[in-house]
Design a protein around this ligand. Sequence first.
Ligand code: PLP
Length: 399
Amino acid sequence: MSYNKSAYTLGSKRSVIREIFEYSKARKAAIGYDKVFDFSLGNPSVEPPEEVTEAILSLTKELKPTLLHGYTSAQGDAAVRKAVADNIKNRFGVDISADYIYMTCGAAASLSIVLKALFDQGDECIVFAPFFTEYSVFIANAGGKIVVSEPENKTFQIDLADFTNRITEKTKAVIINSPNNPSGVVYTEETVRNVCEILKRKSREFGHEIYLISDEPYRELVYNGIFVPYIMNYYDSSIVCYSYSKSLSLPGERIGYIAVNPKMHESAEIYLAVCGAGRSLGYVCAPALFQQVVARCIDVKVKISPYKENRDLLYNNLTDFGFECVKPDGAFYLFVKSPDVDAVSFYEKAKKYELLIVPCDDFGVKGYVRIAYCVDKKTIVDSLPYFRKLAEDYKLIKQ
Ligand code: PLP
């Protein structure tokens, strides 16, 4: 065999979400676009804000081609990094400069770089279930070992006792993702404080830093103004992996950043390790035009009212039909308990009603499915009679 076996395995085994998405395309072509209710993919359904479109148009006229399409510094354009740093300072009161910002191709690249920058072979990384499935790929690629911490039953907040027990001498980092994919749960400030206290205590006990990595592509997608704590204000050894994929509805443009907390021990060295990891992975010089676009739209956010409407419509109806799920405070996912023997059987039965939902066994929690409600409202309205039939099939509806 002349190729790398683990790369082959990853390439030949598509993620369950991608499988369903491909099935959806074929099914829609076969029976009609409106007949299939695809809730599989976290692709934003809300248009990018007008300011983004205007910025793209005006920048293409204003900027010289060298700035528009040329290489920037490997870590990103200096003025763009300053705009990001100033924004973090203004919003969260963190004293950070451009020297701690690294522009990337979205949160996936941010995470891959940060893990590579921190990890030595065999280091452990704790993730909180349910978790974004790609973490296991990124951690393995950095030579690390994934350790899954079980959530609190029903609320899907972090189970602090379970978390404490998972921390060992080998724990190098912890990834926190709030608002969470796939549960939509926002971790409370109390939970975050407790996680940080535990990490401080364990870092002292083991005599080395345990880093806290905050993966926050959904930070701006929260309902009723719920508070999402900014990790740097609670824990010094922290790094933020941010993305504009959902906050500006730009997932295909691949733009985001890494922010290294300047207060952490050896922060300048950690930042250089981030630069080195970016270099070794080939994640240098994030898309030039979109660096400029996000700098120009630094205070702009996508409209979240359509997501909230979808959440309310789907949550209220599904729970009325007898399905069980936690009410999400953020992101655009509903995490529904399978009324069947397992999540795959539930997924298969839903598929018979042309409802495409994602069995979540790979997300670290068995017996749940994810419904991505980042679709147009009509899809949800039209799907409700089928969800009702599905509930009737399981005898969930109380007569
Ligand atoms: N982290 C989480 C929790 C996600 O849900 C996603 C994408 O859906 C990513 C990271 C990757 O985001 P990006 O498109 O910015 O690479």
